[in-house]
Design a protein around this ligand. Structure first.
Ligand code: NAD
Length: 499
């Protein structure tokens, strides 16, 4: 059983409700996870609140020493963490390792937080008066994360939050909960004081408890758009600082001058990596008419070489996370056929490379699926499918492609493939999307820039990690200071002016 991690130790909590955790490559239930009751929320927040004063007052040198030790432990043991992720999420091992490495980048950024927390100082802003700014932690911060990156997404937030002096309650996805506890144990080994990093497992009860709790100062949420909107509205109504990252429909626009072999490789990698369960997956390929036939043919050839199966068997693409999610994605494939799109590759026919016959039958399998001639009114285009389904939409040229991308309700990531620098430059200026790749299909920013989309892909105004992350987890103060000497005597009731 996967219990909570509160005040530096695993605990089953109230144990009133449990959820099933599956191995998606076999379909079997492998663990159960505690689903928090309100009393468990209370215990986790109380532990974080109790740990805050001492952690806040720990020097930057002491805090960053813990961060450096955590980084070393994570680096040494990331293989074990990746195995845990594959066993509960289903993504292939190399991909799980990749997500840990990208999360580790934020830990490395947080190791240098001393530099990012420096304030400004203006000597003699007024005569013999100095003005300076400083940034202080918020207190207890909460992180609510999705199933698709059980290590990386929490790591977008907690390294900076902890380095800045906050204490954390992480509520991971109940579908793949074990990574969070593994990380909590690493923190303890690194010397983080008990209660600074807590893990609360659960569902809506846990989330609502955090959103309403008076001792929780902020909420960093990542998940689907309807829940992101709910979290933003509920959290802000309760006076919290909220950043809520939502769903996506990421486009890849391919212009006629692009290298079509590179574009086809990129479309397959970005469309089917992690079985399309990435918020930065490419799900809509926008091809200019003149090259569309050739590009679709190249993508089809490449899909034929992919091996779908158990992520521990050296395959290219694993199963989907749950049976219910696989069925939902299959429902979209059926809808695409019904609505008149051309089904070029049908993933429902996949024969997975699985551990045994039972796993072939019971794993949550769906192979790479390719649709051509998709219309903007079809549900496979309008909805975020979050599976291995790539839709090709055909346009007459750059202008129609840009218009199509900008008309979409989401604005997380986008890519343009072209060898025309002028077109790429126009695109990055004109496209209404937060993260842009130029000949880069999955443009997840490095840790020292910030991650976040526009429109229905993010509620709030602060993106994750980078300088924006440091700002989110700190509050500013400005001090106006004068050390008195005899020249300062006398009464003056006027509004203070600078001289
Ligand atoms: P989800 O919205 O179902 O769940 C996210 C979190 O919210 C989980 O911790 C879950 O327990 C909780 N939750 C679920 N239903 C809830 C409810 N009714 N009330 C309160 N809390 C609830 O998302 P998911 O299926 O775990 O993850 C996939 C989604 O996350 C996709 O839409 C994907 O695009 C998105 N995502 C976005 C980004 C980004 O950076 N924008 C990154 C990763 C994933």
């Amino acid at each position: 059983m996967v219990g909570h991690w509160i005040a530096g130790a695993p605990t089953p909590g109230s144990g009133e409700r449990l959820g099933d955790v599956h191995d998606p490559a076999t379909g079997r239930v492998t663990r159960s996870v505690a689903l928090a009751a309100p009393a468990d929320v209370e215990a986790a927040v109380a532990a974080a609140r109790a740990a805050f004063p001492a952690w806040r007052d720990a020097s930057l040198a002491k805090r960053t020493a813990v961060l450096f030790r955590f980084r070393e432990l994570l680096n040494a043991r990331k293989g074990e963490l990746a195995e845990l992720i594959t066993a509960e999420h289903g993504k292939v091992l190399s991909d799980a390792l990749g997500e840990v490495s990208r999360g580790q980048e934020v830990v490395e950024l947080a190791c240098g937080i001393s530099h990012l927390l420096k304030g400004g100082f203006s000597e003699n802003a007024s005569t013999r008066i100095d003005v300076y700014s400083l940034r202080q932690p918020l207190g207890v911060v909460s992180i609510i994360s999705p199933f698709n990156f059980p290590a990386m997404v929490p790591m977008w937030f907690f390294p900076l939050a902890i380095a800045a002096g906050n204490t954390v309650v992480l509520k991971p996805s109940e579908k793949d909960p074990s990574a969070a506890n593994f990380i909590a144990a690493l923190w303890k080994e690194a010397g983080l004081p008990d209660g600074v990093f807590n893990v609360l497992h659960g569902d809506k009860v846990a989330v609502d408890g955090l959103l309403e709790h008076p001792d929780v100062a902020s909420v960093s949420f990542v998940g689907s758009t309807p829940i992101a909107r709910y979290v933003y509205e509920t959290g802000t109504r309760h006076g919290k600082r909220v950043q809520a990252l939502g769903g996506a429909k990421n486009h890849m626009l391919v212009l006629p001058d692009a290298d079509l072999d590179l574009a086809a490789d990129a479309a397959v990698n970005a469309g089917f990596g992690s079985a399309g369960e990435r918020c930065m997956a490419v799900s809509a390929l926008v091809a200019v008419d003149s090259i569309a036939d050739e590009l679709v043919a190249k993508i089809r050839e490449r899909i034929a070489t992919l091996r779908t199966g158990d992520g521990r068997r050296g395959t290219d693409m694993g199963p989907l996370v749950t049976g219910a999610h696989r069925d939902k994605v299959v429902g979209y494939v059926e809808a695409g056929v019904r609505e008149g799109a051309e089904l070029v590759v049908d993933g429902r026919e996949v024969v997975p490379d699985a551990a045994d016959e039972d796993a072939v039958a019971e794993g949550f399998w769906l192979g790479p699926t390719l649709f051509d001639r998709v219309g903007t009114g079809m549900s496979i285009y309008t909805d975020e499918i979050f599976g291995p389904v790539l839709s090709v939409l055909r346009v007459s040229g750059y202008d129609e492609g840009l218009e199509l991308v900008n008309a979409n309700r989401y604005g997380n990531g986008v890519a343009i493939f072209t060898n025309d620098g002028g077109a790429a430059r126009r695109f990055r200026n004109e496209v209404q999307v937060g993260m842009i790749g130029v000949n880069v299909p999955v443009p997840v920013p490095v840790a020292y820039y910030s991650f976040g989309g526009w429109k229905a892909s993010l509620f709030g105004d602060t993106h994750a990690h980078g300088v924006e992350g440091v700002h989110f987890f700190t509050r500013g103060k400005v001090v106006t200071e004068r050390w008195l000497d005899p020249s300062h005597g006398g009464l003056n009731l006027g509004f203070p002016q600078n001289d």
